[in-house]
Ligand binder design. Structure first.
Ligand SMILES: *Cc1c(COP(=O)(O)O)cnc(C)c1O
Length: 218
């Protein structure tokens, strides 16, 4: 099957209210345009430079989400065209975004990335530290938290991901009950090609899918 058919097949089966984000890392402009043509409205990339290059060619016919870990010097360019940064995991990064958005007089919507597997080499804030980070970010006027994102550990069997999605959803709901000012717990971004069905069952409303749309990455 081609990219078009893949996108249509996923969209057809996706439950109401679930947002499909195409993960475009390593993909060409032509491939991305094909996915957009078939109904993709949001693309996500984890390489700032690659994303900027694609944006220059594709522009605003889709929304751009950043799902990687930007070096400080990339933030200034990213905040100009990205509509959601899904990977905030430190107050330092939040402050940098706040500063850059202040200069542009805009408010950047973000998700906080939870390291739900507590893997030391991985990005994200540990579940038990998430609330504290969000309270700190809530004080920054040019950044607004709209929810959480998690990767979870990689497994062959998608069922093994379930506890990490459950854990992230629990943190999401807890923070929601706090009704913090300047925080709106609206999006829960979890699940990739092999785990998105489980993620949806556990409360995800954004799924980030690469391989199932574009085929295996080389
Ligand atoms: C690559 C990537 C995805 C998509 O992964 P697939 O397994 O190809 O669907 C989702 N989220 C992030 C952060 C990624 O880097």
């Amino acid at each position: 099957m081609g990219i078009r058919e893949n996108v249509r097949a996923i969209l057809k089966k996706l439950p109401e209210g679930i947002i499909l984000e195409a993960a475009i890392k390593t993909k060409t402009t032509k491939e991305i345009l094909e996915a957009i043509d078939a109904g993709i409205k949001i693309v996500g990339d984890n390489y700032a430079q690659e994303m900027e290059n694609r944006y220059k060619e594709i522009g605003n016919k889709v929304k751009w989400h950043f799902i990687g870990h930007p070096q400080k010097n990339k933030v200034r360019k990213l905040v100009k065209f990205v509509s959601l940064i899904e990977t905030i995991d430190s107050i330092k990064l939040a402050e940098e975004i706040n500063k850059r958005c202040s200069a542009l007089d805009k408010v950047m919507p973000v998700l906080v990335e939870v390291n739900s597997g507590k893997e030391i080499q991985k990005a994200g804030v540990f579940p038990e530290n998430t609330e504290k980070l969000i309270i700190e970010i809530s004080k920054l006027p040019h950044i607004k938290v709209l929810g959480l994102m998690t990767m979870g550990p990689r497994f062959g069997n998608p069922e093994d991901s379930r506890p990490y999605f459950i854990e992230t959803k629990k943190v999401f709901e807890k923070i929601k009950t706090l009704k913090l000012p300047n925080i709106e717990m609206k999006y829960l971004s979890m699940g990739m090609t092999n785990s998105y069905k489980i993620a949806i069952e556990e409360g995800a409303n954004i799924v980030r899918i690469g391989t199932l749309i574009f085929g295996e990455r080389k």
